[in-house]
Design a binder for this molecule. Structure first.
Ligand code: NAP
Length: 498
């Protein structure tokens, strides 16, 4: 059998082994016999090296003209585009989602890199008149310094790019800790970034567990900003670690997103959307459509069509393009999803309409597969109504009226994404206004964000920041307001102009 490649940490422009001398295996979730790569099991000494390199590199990088920084990003995007197919195949092997989706993930990284390359020539501030004579006012963005990034496994290249590209174009330097389940895609990305002209130390990658790498990174006093995407539970820890030093802290966390289907909706369109929203990426999206709120008049019709289609989803290795849904990312993720399938069946009143376990057959034995699973008659109070499952499970929830549907939608600790299917413009606009989420769709499912709009959520999904678009620049910079007085006399604001 071919020996798996050993990957190292990327620190100060070089690939280096961890101080621990230990490694871990990255396993293909569709074929657990395949070791995709061997990665460094790092600890705080490696984090210290990476932060030291990033702090040193920051002194020069912040003074590189932003358009020049943007040009390097532009070269990175071009190279990613050239290597898109290989990067996508690597991602499917380490994460499991089907090739069409990993191509989308890489494309999202490319889109974000081009977008932020352009910000090198924009990053607009403001000029505004002064209340005084012969005085000029402007505001400019300033970089922060070393930015630490902790990323999840479900979008292994897109999310790291969403964080790194705005940080870099603003003049910050970066230390990133990828998810233990998907370090290869970040290693591939960082390799391209180093080779396409980022000076040594500007981007650094340290692999290893959240406790051994993520934790020392977020507690390091030289790290000025921590950008985290992952569960609400770990996000709270990041928030607490950042608070004593008032670090910039950017959190993108869990979701329990809903689609509302009204009685005037195009049902076939809604079924198509709900299938893609619920079972795309095996339901492992923060924006997954895990609650489908159905007006009672169309409940049965929708449920019948939806369940038939869910049962027909082709499950299998994502490298084979006939498959529509890959495995869960890891054994522990699969076990957690299977546990929720049991919990749903034990809820008083919920009905298992399809799925409920692992698919049967020899071809599934070597992978962490789960069936598309639908629970019917789900109501508030049930755990499957409220808790994020992050797998191939969704709920059908009956609603009495439009107002009831809005109430059910907002009965949620999270606030990432929601949608409505209706032909009624009044309902569409009311729902846009009244459902309290960071993202909302009309006649489309809860997934499908584009990189030039702000991305993030309310309530327990986020802490008020947004990823993507120009809003991302706010996470990785500080505003400075500058007043230039060329009057030659003392002018006191709010006093001398009265
Ligand atoms: P997770 O368990 O919270 O892990 C996220 C990252 O945090 C990983 O890199 C993890 O490292 C690290 N980590 C774990 N414990 C840590 C600690 N004590 N200190 C510092 N870092 C630590 O989440 P996940 O299972 O990877 O991802 C699923 C979650 O992410 C879901 O809740 C999903 O909704 C959310 N998500 C949100 C968004 C969004 O934009 N809102 C997008 C995608 C995913 P290890 O991998 O080594 O454990």
């Amino acid at each position: 059998m071919k020996r798996a490649k050993v990957y190292k940490n990327f620190i100060n422009g070089e690939w280096v082994k961890s101080h621990t001398g230990e490694t871990f295996k990255n396993i293909n979730p569709a074929n657990t016999d395949e070791v995709v790569g061997v990665f460094q099991k790092s600890d705080k000494r490696d984090v210290n090296d990476a932060v030291t390199a990033a702090a040193k590199a920051y002194k020069k990088w912040r003074l590189v003209p932003a358009p020049k920084r943007g040009e390097i990003l532009y070269n990175i995007a071009n190279r990613l585009l050239k290597e898109k197919e290989q990067l996508s195949q690597d991602m499917t092997r380490e994460m499991g989602k089907v090739l069409a989706e990993t191509r989308g993930d890489v494309q999202e990284a490319i889109d974000m890199t081009y977008y932020m390359a352009g910000e090198g020539r924009r990053a607009f501030g403001q000029t505004t008149p002064s209340e005084m004579n012969n005085k000029f006012c402007m505001s400019v963005r300033q970089p922060l310094g070393v930015c630490g990034m902790i990323t999840p496994w479900n979008f292994p290249m897109a999310i790291p790019a969403w964080k790194m590209m705005p940080a870099l174009v603003m003049g910050n330097t970066v230390v990133i800790k990828p998810a233990t389940d998907t370090p290869l895609s970040v290693a591939n990305l960082v390799k391209v970034m180093g080779e396409e002209g980022l000076p040594p130390g500007v981007v650094n990658m340290v692999t290893g567990s959240g406790g051994s790498v993520g934790s020392p990174m977020m507690h390091d006093k030289r790290v000025e900003c921590v950008s985290f995407t992952g569960s609400t539970e770990i996000g709270r820890k990041v928030s607490e670690a950042c608070a004593p030093d008032f670090k910039h802290c950017h959190l993108e966390m869990g979701g329990k997103n809903c689609i509302i289907v009204m009685d005037d909706a195009d049902i076939d369109l809604a079924v198509d959307g709900a299938l893609w929203g619920a079972f795309g990426t095996t339901g492992q999206r923060c924006t997954a459509s895990s609650r489908i709120i159905l007006h009672k008049k169309i409940y049965n019709k929708f449920a019948r069509k939806f369940v038939n289609r869910a049962k027909a989803i082709k499950i299998g290795n994502g490298l084979d393009e006939k498959h529509q849904m890959g495995p869960a990312v890891s054994e522990s993720q699969m076990r957690s999803v299977l546990e929720y399938m049991k919990i749903g069946q034990q809820e008083d009143g919920a009905k298992l309409l399809c799925g409920g376990g692992r698919p049967k057959g020899a071809k599934y034995r070597k992978g962490w597969y789960t069936q598309p699973t639908v629970f019917g008659d789900v109501v508030p109070g049930m755990r499957v109504f409220h808790e994020e499952i992050f797998g191939s499970v969704t709920d059908l929830i009956p609603a009495k009226s439009f107002d009831d549907a809005i109430k059910l939608a907002n009965n949620c600790a999270y606030g990432l994404s929601a949608s409505i299917y209706t032909q009624n413009v009044n309902w569409a606009f009311s729902a846009m206004r009244d459902v309290f989420t960071g993202i909302f769709y009309v006649n489309a499912p809860t997934i499908g964000a584009e990189t030039h709009l702000p991305f993030g959520g309310t309530k327990h999904t986020g802490n008020g920041h947004r990823e993507a678009c120009t809003q991302a620049l706010g996470v990785f910079s500080e505003w400075k307001s500058i007043y230039v007085d060329f009057s030659g006399v003392i002018q006191r604001a709010q006093i001398d102009n009265q």
